[in-house]
Design a protein around this ligand. Sequence first.
Ligand SMILES: Nc1ncnc2c1ncn2[C@@H]1O[C@H](COP(=O)(O)OP(=O)(O)OP(=O)(O)O)[C@@H](O)[C@H]1O
Length: 383
Amino acid sequence: MASLSGSMLFPATLPHGSTRSTRFSIWSAGTITSLCYKPRNEQRKVVCACMAPPWNIGSDEYPATKFNNLYKSEHLETVMEPEDDSDFLIECKNVYKSFGEKDILRGVSFKIRHGEAVGIIGPSGTGKSTILKIIAGLLAPDKMNNQDGEVYIRGRKRDGLISDQDISGLRIGLVFQSAALFDSLTVRENVGFLLYENSNMGEEQISELVKETLAAVGLKGVEDRLPSELSGGMKKRVALAGSIICDITKESIEPEAKEMKRFSKTDKAREEDAVGKPGKIASYMVVAHQHSTIGRAVDRLLFLYEGKIVWQGITHEFTASTNPIVQQKLTKALRQKTQTEIGPSISSDDFLGTAGRLAVLHPPPKDSKHKPGFPAKAPGNLR
Ligand SMILES: Nc1ncnc2c1ncn2[C@@H]1O[C@H](COP(=O)(O)OP(=O)(O)OP(=O)(O)O)[C@@H](O)[C@H]1O
């Protein structure tokens, strides 16, 4: 699954005119979106995950229309508070997207709260990656009947692509499913690549940042290793670290910027004020194939099918649902998929080995109603 990886190897121009592919292109987008990320103690994480089982739904027996009746949440009241628009990080409103003749998204609507851990599930090719790309601002939603599908990020409507906008305090980065590491570079060099290339930070400073960032994704003592010496999951974490290490102000990457002067000074307080420190990841989105992994990682699931969100519910409802279709068909098919295509023994630690797509880094609003620490289910050491 996970088409967000290979198909997204587009180049982008970085500061100083160098051209990179994969995660660095995403990074260049990320640096545009966030100029001053101020960490707060109460930051929480959003996890979004997608998985793509070859479900047998869609057959005559289980057409999508049946699932439209399931567009409801079961027992949401057990964990959700009354809606308050100010508390949403992401909202997709009636989003459409076609590629040529293929209608992929046909009116997708959902909301993700600050601090909420949400997974998007659905068959392969159903448009999960497309949703993430639209949220990330890499794709624009189609106009439908002269109306745009609307994407709101922290209550602000996204117009156009990410490069058109600067949503203060918000950073969005992508980590590809194929880890996109440079094989001949060490972990330290991979993670710190952008800083080595484009900042005037010293070796020691970059090295320290690399170390902290690796720790934030649950890796310690691997700085001198080559990618070939890492497991698949570790590679994903390294890729994620390479993404979030740029949770540094643009000023640190563009030394000529005025703010850089502040940043490069020894004043620790100012530095911390200007820099999003590793380990304060507010939110991120990942993908995974395995339902058991999703269960550990997210609190709520959105089920995308035939271009629409046709079911949503608390994660455990997906398997414990009293809905006979969900219970009998979806979970069964997922189990089959897991055993035949992935293997039954993937542990939660491998979460990022089979996952890793999109990170949204943001400070939650001051008045957010969610308690610090929520969600409880962030994967492994990324908590
Ligand atoms: N840029 C593009 N041009 C043309 N078709 C595209 C493009 N991007 C995606 N598609 C098509 O849109 C459909 C949805 O793709 P998408 O990658 O969003 O699916 P997905 O649900 O993430 O799949 P998977 O789980 O297999 O990764 C697929 O049929 C894909 O071929």
